[in-house]
Structure formats: structure tokens, C-alpha cells
Design a protein around this ligand. Sequence first.
Ligand SMILES: Nc1nc2c(c(=O)[nH]1)N[C@H]1C(S)=C(S)[C@@H](COP(=O)(O)OP(=O)(O)OC[C@H]3O[C@@H](n4cnc5c(=O)[nH]c(N)nc54)[C@H](O)[C@@H]3O)O[C@H]1N2
Ligand SMILES: Nc1nc2c(c(=O)[nH]1)N[C@H]1C(S)=C(S)[C@@H](COP(=O)(O)OP(=O)(O)OC[C@H]3O[C@@H](n4cnc5c(=O)[nH]c(N)nc54)[C@H](O)[C@@H]3O)O[C@H]1N2
Ligand SMILES: [Mo]
Length: 682
Amino acid sequence: MHEDPDRLRYPVERTANGWKEISWPDALDKVAKGIQTVQKQYGQNALGIYLGNPNVHNMGGMLTIKHLLSSLKTRSRFSATSVDQLPHHIVSMHLFGHMLRIPVPDVNRTQYMLIIGGNPLASNGSIMTAPNMRQKLKDIKARNGKVVVIDPRRTETADIASEHHFIRPATDVLLLLAMLNEIYLQGYAKKAQINNRAVALAPEIERLADFAKDYSAESVADITGITAIEIKRLVKEFCEAQSSVCYGRMGVSVQEFGLLSQYLIMVIDIVTGRLDEIGGLMFPNPALDVVNNSGPGYLGKRHSRVSKLPDFNGDYPVVAMSDEMLVAGEGQLKGFISVAGNPVLSTPNGEKLDKAFAQLDFMVAIDYFVNETSRHANIVLPPVSPLERDHYDVTFNNFAVHNVAKYSKALFNKNKNDKHDWQIYLELAKRLDKKVSVATKVERLLTKTLGPKFLLDQGLRRGPYAGMTLKKLKKNPHGLDLGPLKTMLPEALKYKDKQIHLNIDFYQADLVRVQAMMQDYDDSQILLIGRRHVRSNNSWLHNSYRLVKGKPRCTLMLHPETAAQYGIEDGQDVKVTSRVGSVVIAAEVTDELMPGVVSIPHGFGHGRKGVKQKIAQAHAGVSVNDLTDDTLIDQLSGNAAVNGVPVQLEAIELEDINLEAADLDISDLDTTNSDAEPSSAA
Ligand SMILES: Nc1nc2c(c(=O)[nH]1)N[C@H]1C(S)=C(S)[C@@H](COP(=O)(O)OP(=O)(O)OC[C@H]3O[C@@H](n4cnc5c(=O)[nH]c(N)nc54)[C@H](O)[C@@H]3O)O[C@H]1N2
Ligand SMILES: Nc1nc2c(c(=O)[nH]1)N[C@H]1C(S)=C(S)[C@@H](COP(=O)(O)OP(=O)(O)OC[C@H]3O[C@@H](n4cnc5c(=O)[nH]c(N)nc54)[C@H](O)[C@@H]3O)O[C@H]1N2
Ligand SMILES: [Mo]
């Protein structure tokens, strides 16, 4: 990325004659003016902001984004959280009193790891920070432990696991309910209650005995695809293992029962005595204590204007975003700023969002590239490359499976005029925020002069490790080992009463939806799920030839039986249609997939007009989020449901293609951008 000639080195402005480079002062002034014009004419909340995933991987960004947010004074905030880990935050907020107090698998010491809807061999483990997941999982087996994977696809992780079970997408909630029920039926909950602190701290725990009583293993077997005998055995082995942990990620979080499923995973770990125990689910203790430096979070203080979905900690669900732009009325979004995000490719119904961005009065993107989202911006502000900034992992040490602290200095010096993300935020805040408190003014001035590392140093000094400073980290360039995870209860709880609040009523109410799902279950429906690959990262690493070369990876995986049912052959083009759209994509027939399930990776679809990433354009693929549906959500949390999307399949006959091709002008086949060329290096 550092060397990528398509990476923007200067701000660019969209003009009638294509993109033009402009100077930083000019760009920042114009951006501030554009924002002010929108807000003056339509109100503060007519400006929307979306924060994408790389924000949380950016030290300066994390430590200073609050200045940008407060200066924009808009409530119309969105982020990638609601196509991702939102359920984890809500569960932790409810149970432990803080949205970031999220326990992680003690993968280094567990004897039994149950992975539901996660593929750490592709993702390297999510909400489970550690190097070399492959080795860690192999080590579990080497010490006579077990790794069990529940996934509609036999993934790379499943391949090295001790055991894999296919599950019908978005039915995990049934499996988890049946498991909870079995834990009580087999008497394991009682055993845990005798010796576990976490259990003792959860006063309502007795009520959980009834939570899942209507869900026998037999009653969920057909829909989930996992037999009652297997479910019972899973429970027995999980509970009898010397230590064990149940862990769920994207596959359970980002589907129709994401929040209830994550709650059940947590509850299973609690009632079996696995929370806060060695080899179970444990709380990290990072040197920079993000929990004590942020608010606990809240759910549903406000609701989105059009779709009436609850906010979480000031963010509306991302599925609400396009309607907020497209539906006229008081509060309609007219301006937008996208920071390190590519929601056109990464959020449900990307096509609709694409149209919504296109009709805005004013848009800004803070990004390296003119991509599917930023091409709609009036101005793109590019930060320095990842190798030109210092790094301390503000966010992900909070999810680390071993406590560590490490500071890395930038590899290259940036050019004098180039700007860090945090510098862009401060420059915009200065222009937008005329009246600020003296304290804020001082903090901004100090940050501007000393850089965000000064905030890091302050945070480290206030943190849980005596003597921890930035200077100390700099003296230890390979990092400091702060030891294995330790038991943290009850101190980790942010509730004054130092108890776990199970919030049973809130979650029990969602069982109505589960009942409805079971009653009308249609097992003939083809369901779409996603997939990640180790050589891709969401939408933004496809412009590197070394990462995209080889066999195309944006394919429709499906089982031979499913393929036969629709007359689809390996390599053949298939039209996949959902409620919101359709794409044409080559089939990859493989028994990795459960019959009745198809899989398309996200982050592709670079063939859109106006994208300026040549290699990505040449390996364009299609966007799975042109199929995912902005109305298919987890209603309890507002999280998107990109897994388990009903689709129809249709094999495209070769003759159809030939006929169509005969009608086409050759220029229509050129997927590269036909816009006027920019005036300069952009
Ligand atoms: N169907 C489906 N959709 C999904 C998912 C899925 O599994 N299936 N996964 C979801 C998940 S988990 C996530 S996190 C989201 C991600 O959603 P997004 O965050 O919206 O998408 P990214 O593709 O990560 O886009 C990141 C953008 O930030 C830019 N960028 C990279 N680094 C920096 C930086 O340091 N500073 C700035 N300013 N810009 C930077 C990149 O050029 C890129 O344009 O996608 C979600 N969408
Ligand atoms: N190489 C690489 N690494 C990444 C990323 C990347 O794009 N590429 N993205 C990063 C980000 S932003 C994140 S959030 C993490 C995500 O990290 P993970 O959650 O580990 O990543 P996924 O590969 O999306 O794993 C989800 C799994 O759930 C399965 N699944 C789908 N639907 C269901 C279902 O209904 N039930 C069950 N049980 N399983 C289901 C899928 O088949 C898949 O194997 O990865 C991070 N790391
Ligand atoms: Mo993510």
C-alpha cells in the first residue's frame, strides 16, 4: 500500500473534468465550508458520518476522533460496528457494566475450544488478538485438547480442528438454546455453582434453568442439521473437559439472532463455570485501559428517523443509513463524511447506498483511495501511509489473549506537508469549532504540538501497570510481556454492586422471534453466507497484485448436490438473486459447503464506474452486499444480517451469454473507468 501508485498523496477535488489535486489548506477550508453550508441550511443533524473499520487500527485516529465528532455536532453517526461486533458490546454492557469489558478465549491454556461462526485461520482470530492462530489451535490438540467448529462451511479452521459440524445458517440460536437446556438437564450447571466465582456473582442465575426449557435437542435437530445425540455429546464433552470455552464471531454476530446468540454463548460460559477461569473466557488487562477511559455505552436512547432502529452509544445501525439520505423530510441527510470506510461495498444493499451517496449535496472522504464509496465525495483527504505513523494498539490489546504492550515507531518519515488522520481531524475541528472550552483548547494544542503519543503516555501512566510509560515502551522495542490473562472478577465489573447483571427479561422477550422462525421454517430456501480469505482484508487490499494474483477468489461456493439441483457446473456463471438485487458470478462447486448454502466473499465489486484502483478493477468480482438486504436485521440489536440471506439461483446457459455478447459494443466490456482523466498524479 505504501508503494501503490493509486494511493492518493494529495487531497483531490472532483470537478467536471475529473479529479484535481488541491493543496491541504484549500482542501480543509473547502471541506469545512461544505459542512457548514449543509448544516446551516438543513440543520446540524443533516450531516452524517460513518466510521469504518481501520479507525480502530489507527492509534492517532483512536485517540483524537472525539475532536472531529464533537466539532461536527451531529447525531447522525454510523459505523462498521453494526455490520460486525455490536452484539458483543451490548452483552458486555448489560452483563458487566461496560461495552468494552469483553472477555476473550484463553486459547493458550484451554483444553476444549468450541468455535461457532469464526474462521481464525483466515481472520487470524477476531476479538481474540494473538499471533499465529494456526499454531495455537494445533497446540490445543497437541496437549490432548479438542477444537470443535460449528460452521455451514468446512473452513480452513475446520480442516485443522478435531471435529466440525455443519449448521444451517442463522439457526445457531436454536443450537445454543438446546445446549443451555442440556447443561441443566445433564446437571452440569449445578456442579459449576459449587466452585465458580462468576456464577456466585450472578444473582439471577437460577432463572436461567428455565430460559431454554422449551428447546430440547430433539426439537432443534432438524432445523439446525445437528442431531440430538451430537448436541448432547457436545454438551457433555464441553462440561467435562478440564477447561473449555465457547466462542462465537461473525457467523453468529451478523445474522438475524446475533444478539441473542452472543448472549447465549456468554450464558453458557457462565453457567458451566468457564467465565474468568483459566482456559475459559477471560478478561484482558491492557496497559492502556480503554474501559476506564470511556463511557459504559447505552442502547436505544434514540431511534433512527426512517426505520426507527435503536442507536447504540450514539451510533445508528448502518442498515438505516441509506434511508436517512433518500427519504425526504425534516432531518434528511444532505451531507456526509466517510472516515476510513467503504460502506458501498461493506454494508447491506450497497447498490442503494451507492445511489444515496450520489444524490448528496456535499460529501467528504478521509481515505487513501478513490474507491466505490469515496468516488462520490467532493473532496478526498488522504492520510499518510500505514508505514509513516507510529503505532500502539489502543483497541486490540483490549482483546488480547495474553497481556502485552508494544510501541512501534513509524518506518518512514512522512513528507512535511502530508497529514496524519489525527492532524486532519484537528484541522477540521479548528475550522468548525470556534467556541470550545479552555480545557479542550489546551488538549488540542498539546496534541497538535506533541502528537497523540502524548495522550498514549498519559493513558499508560494512568493504567493498571505501575511504572508503565511511553519511554519504557520505547526502551523495549520488541514489546513488554505483561503475563498471561489473570482472573479479574469481581474487579472487572463496572457495576457498583460488583455483580453480573444477567438482564434475563430483555433477552427472554426475543424468544418470541425464535418461536416464529421455528414455526414457519422453510428448509428448501437457499441461504447465502460470507467468507474471508487470508490474502484479503474487507474491501481494501485488492489493489495489491501479490494479494489478488492466482485463481479468482470472488466465486460462488456451493455443494455438488445444490449445484446439481440447479443444473450448475463448476466454473459456470450463476445469477444469484435476493430481495434487493442480483449478481452474476462463477460457481465453485465444492463439498466444503453445506447443501442448501452458498457463499460469496465480501469486499469485491470494484467494477463500478469511477473507481481508481487499477489492479482491483482488473480483479473486480461482484459485491455480495448487492445481495444482502438492509431490511434483514437482528431486530434486538439493529445489527445487520449478512449471513443467512435467502437467495435464488439460476444457471446462465452458455448460449445466453453468446447472444448477449453479440449485441454488445466492445467498449461496454471495458471495466476500467471511462471518466475524464485527472489533471495530475491523482
Ligand atoms: N457481506 C458482508 N459484509 C461485511 C462483512 C462480512 O463478513 N460480510 N464484514 C463486515 C465487517 S466485520 C467489517 S469490519 C466491515 C468493514 O467495513 P468498512 O470499514 O466500511 O470497509 P473497509 O473495506 O474496511 O474499508 C476501509 C476503508 O478505509 C481505508 N483505509 C484503510 N486504512 C486507513 C487509514 O489508516 N486511514 C484512513 N483514513 N483510511 C484508511 C481503505 O482505503 C478503505 O477505503 O465490513 C462488513 N461487511
Ligand atoms: N485475512 C483477513 N483477516 C481479517 C479480515 C479480512 O477481511 N481478511 N477481516 C477482519 C475483520 S474486520 C473481522 S470482524 C474479523 C472476522 O473474523 P471471523 O469472524 O473469524 O471471520 P469470518 O471468516 O467472517 O468467519 C465467520 C465464519 O462464520 C461462518 N458462518 C456464516 N454464517 C454462519 C452461521 O449462520 N452460523 C455459523 N455458525 N457460522 C456461520 C462462515 O462460514 C465463516 O467461516 O476478521 C478480521 N481479519
Ligand atoms: Mo470487522
